[in-house]
Design a protein around this ligand. Structure first.
Ligand code: TPP
Ligand code: MG
Length: 307
């Protein structure tokens, strides 16, 4: 077993166990914002962020825990943020859907669908003008790719040859609405119309493959200052928002879920799960304790840091 595989496995498993902990805590109401879990989709964050430098910038949607962690965001500060505590990465004002950590250039996430895509393009423009050699990454869902903001961003990045990677997490769903009912285009094919290179990865459970493909793309984007579209097929295990399972409702099938689980290394490789689980759970318990024991923000914090 090579060290790289184990590293990516560890990263992916850490994200899953953190989110399973969130699901366990959630009914207590200690986490007061809605949570959008990435369980099933962890390999994307792990495989992509493994190729980024700390100076590279990442922007995501509200489904942001996985990228916050993979980009190196502090786990204590994440749980504290979910708890609304002043020690959180957003001083308790951001909650689950708006995680950000400037320390690691996890620049932001937003509940407003597609809104951070153009932020990533702005970062890429700044990087180019200031010669910073930074790569910016915009992560968004298949639903977000229908928004005008995505198309404007793609056009601008192509016209100005900006070092930005557009990552479409194609889980086939926007809330309860299936891709086939919404899309008149295919994300990775459509990018070519803008003269933007693109790739499609069908194995969204395979962090090693994603990592390998992303290695070449990040290098090319950085060296040539070009945009790139990466579409990755994936599958969310949980309901759109919240901690429940929703395979008993008609918008998707239990069979599809079972097929993904058959391919999921975090389920299939029980030996590696066993090898790492205790160590990760110790880290998680310490982070939850930190959040529990942290103070809530004082009243005067309410209007601080607002621009
Ligand atoms: C501008 C805007 N329009 C609509 C919504 C309501 N909304 C929240 S999540 C969502 C679906 C987005 O699906 P997708 O981009 O595929 O992301 P996923 O949840 O599958 O990761 C919608 C329509 C919103 N939050 N913002
Ligand atoms: Mg989706």
């Amino acid at each position: 077993m090579d060290a790289l595989y184990e590293k990516l496995f560890y990263q992916s498993l850490r994200i899953r166990l953190v989110e399973e902990k969130i699901a366990e805590i959630y009914p207590s109401d200690k986490i007061q914002s809605p949570v959008h879990l990435s369980i099933g989709q962890e390999a994307l964050a792990a495989g992509i962020c493994n190729n980024l430098l700390v100076t590279d910038m990442v922007y995501t949607s509200y489904r942001c825990h996985a990228y916050y962690l993979a980009k190196g965001g502090d786990l204590n500060e994440m749980f504290a943020e979910l708890y609304g505590k002043v020690t959180g990465c957003g001083k308790g004002k951001a909650g689950s859907m708006h995680l950000a950590s400037k320390k690691v250039n996890f620049m932001g996430s937003s509940a407003v669908v597609a809104s951070t895509i153009s932020n990533a393009v702005g970062s890429a423009l700044a990087s180019k003008i200031l010669n910073k050699n930074q790569v910016s990454v915009a992560v968004f869902g298949d639903g977000a790719s229908e928004e005008g903001s995505y198309h404007e961003s793609l056009n601008f990045a192509a016209a100005f040859k900006l070092p930005v990677i557009f990552v479409c997490e194609n889980n086939g769903l926007a809330i309860h609405s299936k891709l086939e009912q919404r899309h008149a285009f295919v994300v990775h094919e459509h990018a070519k119309g803008y003269g933007v290179k693109s790739v499609y990865i069908e194995e969204g459970y395979d962090f090693a493959k994603i990592n390998q493909v992303m290695e070449g793309i990040v290098k090319e984007v950085r060296e040539q200052s070009i945009p790139y579209v990466v579409e990755i097929k994936t599958y969310r295990y949980k309901e759109h928002v919240g901690i429940g399972d929703d395979h008993n409702v008609p918008y998707r099938s239990k069979d599809e879920f079972e097929q993904w689980k058959q391919k999921d290394p975090l389920i299939q490789d029980a030996a590696l799960v066993a090898k790492f689980t205790d160590e990760i759970n110790k880290e998680i318990e310490a982070a939850v304790k930190f959040a529990e024991e942290s103070p809530v923000p004082a009243d005067e914090e309410l209007l601080a840091d607002i621009y």
